[in-house]
Design a protein around this ligand. Structure first.
Ligand code: WTA
Length: 648
């Protein structure tokens, strides 16, 4: 993980390649002009973006209504996201252009043109209507990465039913909580999916979850793996059976710009995930404009963002941003290493991918696997690379540049969050010189800063809190059902209404942003957010556990790894068996992504006199900065804690 010291030593600068800059959709001149406009009047800048990138059924009366911390963008306007992602492309000559190129892990593939995707979306929108889904009703998705996931999302937007996509790696319990919190009426899933060379099942988890969801009326099941799947009569329906019964005619609903578009759950500092709410017109404006500006997409591109649709990156930069731009999007179902460590590179070669957007964890994994795998493939179609989800260390950035980008592709390191909806801090590939490890500059119209505890901007090179001082169109509109938590989590850090993302950062002499990572009790594991409290409450719910504290430690591949310090109940044998048991327990409660890498047993957790767990000390121990013994034997940190306390 980068720290300020090492980042301050990073002096390399890469100018936008001349050829790229010449043809870039956003030239340096345009960027400079728009940046100025964005500084002078963010509202005028975003209004211009809204006109350029979104088709509206009805214009707005007012660009922004800001009653901090609540924003309404494009007040009075009407539009529809699926219309913008589909119908308008049929009107402008892209009917037979590939919208989705999908490849399954076993090697099967499908291509859907804009015309075909439109037809499927209209049909599935009619299926939803037939199941009683009306405007405003919530629909939950729990799916593998198959075209039906995209179809279902777009169908929801067509009729104004907010979707809540739950990543397929989350457990039945997590799914149940998210379905209930959103009050979803319909769940869309699949029999299973393919991963690491075998078929996994999804439907049993849905059955288990829905048993505890009184509000769910129907479950729609895509047939993907054809494994044996129990179907509950009256409640469960096969996707293909329903699709055979409906018409392909479904006009897009004319929706208010502030109509809820989707809810996406993300971890926070409590045990309970937050349902981040996004709405229609502002979100679409933000993702459509940033996609064009940052990924420079044109009709010749094959764009591949490797995120799953279960995460915000999958929403904004697999589905909505690229499709709003009429791009060709590659989707790949499986893991990067099946059947061999070169699967991604063979996909890039096979489909002629031109733009690749992925996460530092993946890049670091490939570095470890060895250069011979990408080197075996012709990657010369690539012209632009992107990174998202965690700070990228300069070494990984350089490897990405050299081995994957052949030294010719600009790299866009994009900082943003589930809450921000779209990219906030990023280079524009044809306009902004890049530095390995820096997300560079705010997107035009975004007022980002690094502040101290009093809300004053810190000096160059000094660390501080990342902040956004003015509202932007893709910003979250709230936490589903919890206004207070929204206000407290994001808007209460400073006196003036200012958005606090939970990250630390510093700026260099040129004003470039260097993001240092989370500074709250949220960990970033392989680019995925997991709350320490979530993992703690899962562990303490085990009958053999008395107490637990969870912290992150630096990890070479995943950025951060989860470490749990556990005090077993007396009489419990603390050993390897309990370690495995607890890891399984966490997977069952949250999902496999939240399994601790290390579990360390201790007689007592180090606490202050007032009884607060000394997390900083635990973080040091977890990172190996304090010498302690074997990881699975009982340790007594109380002495260490006392020593520490007397120092403070
Ligand atoms: C981190 C993912 C450094 C950050 C889009 C943020 C980054 C969290 C970057 C959001 C980046 C994301 N450089 N850190 N380019 N991009 N992060 O909600 O800590 O899954 O707060 O959204 O990821 O994670 P989320």
């Amino acid at each position: 993980m980068p720290d300020i010291e090492s980042l301050l030593k990073e002096k390399r600068v890469f100018e936008p390649p001349k050829e790229f800059a010449k043809r870039a959709k956003w030239s340096k001149r345009e960027f400079t002009a728009l940046r100025k406009l964005g500084e002078k009047s963010p509202e005028r800048f975003w209004a211009q973006m809204a006109k350029r990138h979104v088709s509206w059924f009805k214009p707005w009366r007012k660009v922004l209504e800001w009653k901090a911390p609540y924003a309404k963008w494009f007040v009075g306007a009407q539009t529809n996201v699926s219309y913008n992602c589909l119908d308008r492309h049929l009107e402008n000559g892209r009917r037979n252009k590939a919208a989705l190129i999908w490849e399954g892990e076993p090697g099967d593939s499908r291509v859907l043109t804009y015309g075909q995707l439109h037809r499927e979306v209209c049909k599935f929108a009619n299926v939803l209507k037939g199941l009683g889904v009306a405007k405003g009703d919530r629909v939950a998705l729990y799916m593998p990465l198959v075209p039906e996931a995209v179809i279902a999302m777009l169908a929801c937007t067509r009729i104004g039913a907010p979707h809540s996509v739950v990543f397929g790696g989350f457990s039945a319990e997590s799914l149940r909580d998210r379905i209930n919190d959103a009050g979803a009426k319909v769940v869309i899933t699949a029999d299973g999916g393919h991963r690491r060379g075998s078929a996994f099942a999804l439907k049993p988890a849905v059955d288990e979850a829905v048993a505890g969801c009184p509000g769910v009326e129907s479950v729609v099941v895509v047939q993907r793996t054809r494994q044996d799947t129990a179907m509950k009569p009256g409640r469960d329906h096969w996707w293909h059976a329903l699709m055979a019964t409906v018409s392909a005619d479904c006009p897009p609903a004319k929706l208010d710009a502030e109509h809820p578009l989707f809810i996406l759950y993300t971890s926070g500092t409590t045990g309970q995930p937050k349902g981040i709410l996004h709405t229609t017109g502002g979100y679409l404006t933000h993702v459509a404009a940033t996609t064009q500006a940052i990924f420079d997409l044109g009709d010749d591109d094959v764009y591949w963002c490797t995120a799953d649709v279960g995460w915000i990156t999958g929403h904004s930069y697999v589905v909505y941003g690229p499709l709003a731009n009429g791009a060709t999007v590659l989707l790949y179902e499986g893991v990067p290493t099946h059947p061999g460590p070169d699967r991604w590179w063979s996909l890039i070669e096979k489909y002629g991918v031109t733009v690749l957007y992925t996460a530092p964890t993946a890049i670091r994994t490939f570095i470890r696997l060895g250069d011979e795998h990408p080197n075996r493939h012709d990657l010369s179609s690539l012209r632009l690379l992107g990174s998202v989800g965690e700070p990228i260390n300069p070494e990984a950035w350089m490897w990405y540049h050299r081995v994957i980008g052949g030294k010719r592709c600009p790299i866009v390191d994009t900082w943003w969050q589930t809450e921000t909806g779209g990219i906030m801090i990023t280079p524009l590939p044809g306009a902004v010189p890049t530095k390995p490890g820096s997300a560079t500059l705010p997107f035009p119209g975004i007022d980002a800063a690094v502040l101290d505890a009093d809300g004053k901007e810190v000096k160059p090179r000094a660390g501080g809190f990342l902040a956004v001082r003015k509202p932007w169109p893709g910003m979250l509109r709230g936490i589903w059902g919890d206004a207070k938590r929204y206000e407290q989590t994001y808007w209460s850090k400073w006196k003036k209404p200012t958005y606090f993302p939970g990250d630390g950062a510093h700026r260099d002499d040129k004003g470039y942003f260097w993001i240092l990572g989370r500074i709250d009790d949220v960990m970033n594991i392989s680019g995925h957010r997991i709350g320490t409290m979530e993992v703690e409450s899962a562990i303490v719910s085990h009958e053999q556990v008395a107490e637990a504290a969870v912290v992150g430690r630096p990890d070479e591949i995943t950025g951060t790894a989860i470490v749990a310090f556990v005090t077993p109940r007396s009489g419990t044998a603390a050993g390897a068996a309990l370690v495995e048991e607890l890891r399984g327990h966490v997977a069952k409660h949250i999902g496999a992504i939240a399994k601790p890498a290390d579990i360390r047993f201790t007689d007592a957790l180090p606490k202050t006199r007032s009884g607060k767990i000394m997390r900083r000390l635990l973080r040091d121990i977890a990172a190996g900065k304090e010498t302690v013994g074997d990881t699975t034997t009982l340790e007594d940190y109380s002495v260490l804690a006392k020593l520490r306390e007397s120092e403070e």
